[in-house]
Design a protein around this ligand. Structure first.
Ligand code: FAD
Length: 471
């Protein structure tokens, strides 16, 4: 992540006499406007940045005008999709925020089985629109997340094992480049750019629309199974053997949670610290039960087996209530291939020591269909990982930031020696260049070359940054 202090200088306010780009038809919001504080806020309440100007383009021409405006004034640009990024990469101190919220059109083609969505759309809107046709494309696990950032970073979620990462279902993207050109990136047009945006984040341009392949996903069979946190070693040991051999129709991410004190959870387990699996089976109930049985049969009776038939969009939004916008988030991540006994024991220790009710650890499966794509086929390198681990300290109280940060970092540092090395860029904070580089491994040099072709000046630098290769 790069903030302006280390890069270009920020334009003095006097240079902002023309607060809006000329030819710009969207909304502009300055620090003097009443709605500024609301407009500058992002999902993570820990992030408190004050841009010089926020613009909300209505189309690709507006995006190009905004980029030109910022470049002319030497303003650092932050591009915002859904504003969900943990590290706050959708905003910047003293620069220009290009907030894509108004680019949220969604057009489903049920015959071609594709959906074209605006670059500022949120997954919940996409899931609802595609769900009306019994169709879906893989996304994440929280419906308020932006399509833009999640897709450009890769996209791990409930449908990964069955249909791959989100980027594995991306067919094309419309991109506004740093020099204002508008291009289509697809397998047959700008294939180098298309390769890079599938995992390389927002480094290469502003994506104004994405087109995804859709799959038949109507009613799924999903929900959580929870055991007491004290049984974590046993549950995780069975899970690590079970998951890689489970049918692809079955996704199940391992988690530590504290049961929220309200419906739909039974009162007797409210605020109980638990470990468990959150399931998503693409198919019918009988097949789902059969697929989960080897794990469930090998473990003690759970505290809760809340698995049921539901629309895919409902599972996608199941965590939304627990994790609303504006709370404090600090997280660290790692890719993981295997979970040796020592790692399982450490997980059990940190899982039993969650600092706040909302803090959590998830192990998202990265196998199944995600392994059908070679590491060099897209920028997303870790096709040989089995899981993406995220250690997330979360709390509504800003007074607890130091505590959640410490737990997340300690947990990560304890488990990192058992990891595959790099991390999912969408779940990183401010770990810095070497960590970003480690996450792209052999794809790093090619990414730097593509960056030099499409963004030679590193105009798009508020991201997990890939610096352009210098000649
Ligand atoms: C509560 C929570 C749950 C999450 N769950 C998951 C999950 O299940 N699976 C998963 O894979 N990830 C998950 N994430 C991580 C998520 O993918 C990233 O935070 C992602 O960056 C969010 O995208 P956004 O568009 O909302 O973010 P923003 O903050 O708007 O942007 C993030 C980055 O992407 C760039 N960007 C965004 N849109 C565009 C665009 N259209 N064109 C060019 N650049 C763009 C921005 O410039 C910035 O660098 C989760 C995050 C949170 C906070």
């Amino acid at each position: 992540m790069t903030q302006p202090q280390g890069g270009r200088s920020v334009a003095p306010m006097s240079d902002l006499m023309t607060p809006a780009p000329s030819d710009f038809r969207g909304r502009t919001i300055t620090p003097d406007d009443a709605g500024f504080d609301e407009a500058r806020a992002v999902y993570n309440g820990m992030i408190d940045r004050r841009p010089a100007l926020i613009v909300r383009p209505t189309d690709a021409d507006d995006v190009a005008a905004a980029i030109a405006h910022a470049r002319d004034r030497d303003l650092v640009i932050a591009v915002r999709g859904g504003g969900h990024n943990g590290a706050g990469l959708g905003t910047v101190d003293g620069g220009l925020v290009i907030d894509l919220a108004a680019l949220n059109d969604i057009a489903v083609d049920p015959v071609a089985r594709t959906v074209r969505v605006g670059g500022g759309s949120k997954w919940g809107d996409v899931d609802r629109a595609t769900g009306e046709h019994g169709l879906a494309t893989p996304s994440g696990i929280i419906s308020t997340t932006g399509v833009g950032g999640l897709t450009l970073g890769g996209g791990l979620g409930h449908l990964t094992r069955r249909f791959g990462l989100t980027i594995d279902n991306l067919l094309e993207a419309d991109v506004v480049l740093a020099d204002g050109r508008r291009v289509r990136a697809a397998a047959d047009e700008h294939p180098d750019l298309f390769w890079a945006i599938r995992g390389g984040g927002g480094n290469f341009g502003v994506v104004t629309s994405f087109t995804f392949r859709l799959h038949e996903v109507g009613t799924i069979f999903g929900g959580p199974t929870f055991w007491p946190v004290e049984q974590a070693e046993q549950v995780m040991s069975v899970y690590r053997e079970f998951l890689p051999g489970a049918p692809r129709d079955l996704n199940g991410f391992f988690c530590f949670h504290t049961v929220p004190p309200g419906p739909p959870f039974p009162e007797e387990i409210h605020l109980r610290e638990v470990c468990g699996v959150v399931w998503c089976f693409v198919g019918g109930e009988d097949a789902a039960r059969k697929a989960m049985a080897p794990l469930l049969d090998a473990l003690p009776e759970p505290l809760l087996h809340g698995v049921q038939a539901m629309p895919h969009a409902m599972l996608q939004s199941a965590f939304d209530g627990l994790y609303p916008r504006g709370e404090q988030w600090y997280w660290r991540a790692d890719f993981v291939k295997e979970l040796p006994d020592e790692a399982v024991a450490l997980h059990a220790r940190y899982g039993a020591d969650m600092p706040t009710m909302k803090s959590t650890m998830h192990l998202y499966p990265v196998d199944g269909a995600a392994h059908d794509v070679a590491a060099s086929d897209t920028a997303w390198s870790y096709r040989d990982a089995t899981w993406g681990a995220v250690y997330a300290g979360v709390d509504p109280d800003p007074g607890n930031v130091a505590t959640i940060r410490r737990w997340s970092i300690d947990y990560h540092e304890a488990l990192h020696p058992y990891s595959a090395g790099g991390a999912y860029v969408n779940m990183m904070m401010d770990e810095g260049r070497e960590r970003v580089r480690a996450s792209y491994r052999d794809n790093w040099n090619r990414l730097a070359r593509v960056k030099a072709v499409y963004d030679r000046d590193n105009t798009f630098r508020i991201n997990q940054n890939i610096e352009p290769e210098t000649a």
